[in-house]
Design a protein around this ligand. Structure first.
Ligand code: 13P
Length: 249
């Protein structure tokens, strides 16, 4: 009923040439595994080049960030309309690096989600607890708060994907176990059902945090894990291809 969705978040990596080469490999991987939806989120500056590279394929192009205002005096920012014109069909919102390093609050995240949906852009809303929060036993509380707040200004779940990314698992080589991921994914789906009813059953919930070819299959085998948001391993086309293939198992 839900299609597995594997998306690569390239973060601030790649050159123009390596981004194009990686995008070409993603097109091949996506053709080889047509039952899995494949997405990539390159740095904004390469969006147009990558859009041209993946044209005609089913690879979905996402931006990593954008500014929700239509235009104006926001030095260094890209509007959602600009991202769209460069070829993005959606963007990540609320990534823990944006929250922690760039001070994005739940309120900012809510504004960004609503502005993106108003323009017809898909949103991958990222949520996740810190190690301190997990150890303190507040994981579900934190994640529920982020989900509620992030979606506060929208009326339906159309165009929304949720990515559960425990902060302690990002870039650390330490991923959540499949059981830990399943527990939180199921809790997120129940939480979504409170406000959005039956739509919650159709929402894709990705897991993110040190997903590797060796761990992807067990994570994706969980009933509420519908894909992966992949950082480091998405920069290696063979590894990313294996993770995509794991989504078809
Ligand atoms: P890693 O896969 O490098 O841990 O990054 C996960 C992530 O933050 C994806 O958005």
């Amino acid at each position: 009923m839900r299609t597995n969705f594997v998306c690569g978040n390239w973060k601030m990596n790649t050159t123009r040439a390596s981004a194009i080469a990686l995008a070409e490999a993603c097109v091949v991987a996506s053709r080889q595994t047509p039952s899995v939806r494949v997405g990539i989120a390159p740095p904004a500056i390469w969006l147009s080049d990558v859009a041209a590279t993946i044209a005609g394929s089913s690879v979905a192009l996402f931006a990593q960030n954008g500014h929700p205002a239509a235009s104006g005096a926001f030095t260094g920012e890209s509007s959602y309309a600009m991202l769209k014109e460069a070829g993005a069909i959606g963007l990540l919102v609320g990534h823990s690096e944006r929250r922690q390093l760039f001070g994005e609050t739940d309120a900012v995240v809510a504004t960004k989600v609503a502005a993106a949906r108003a323009l017809g852009l898909e949103v991958i809303l990222c949520v996740g607890e810190t190690l301190e929060e997990r150890d303190g036993g507040t994981t579900l509380q934190v994640v529920n708060r982020q989900v509620d707040a992030g979606l506060a200004e929208i009326a339906t779940l159309d165009g929304i994907t949720i990515a559960y990314e425990p902060v302690w698992a990002i870039g650390t080589g330490r991923n959540a176990t499949a059981a830990q991921a399943q527990e939180v994914h199921a809790a997120i789906r129940s939480r979504l059902a409170i406000r959005f009813g039956a739509q919650a059953a159709a929402v894709v919930i990705q897991y993110g945090g040190s997903v590797k070819p060796e761990t992807a299959a067990s994570l994706l085998a969980e009933s509420d894990v519908d894909g992966a948001l992949v950082g480091g391993a998405s920069l290696d086309s063979a590894a990313f291809g294996s993770i995509i293939a794991a989504g078809a198992l």
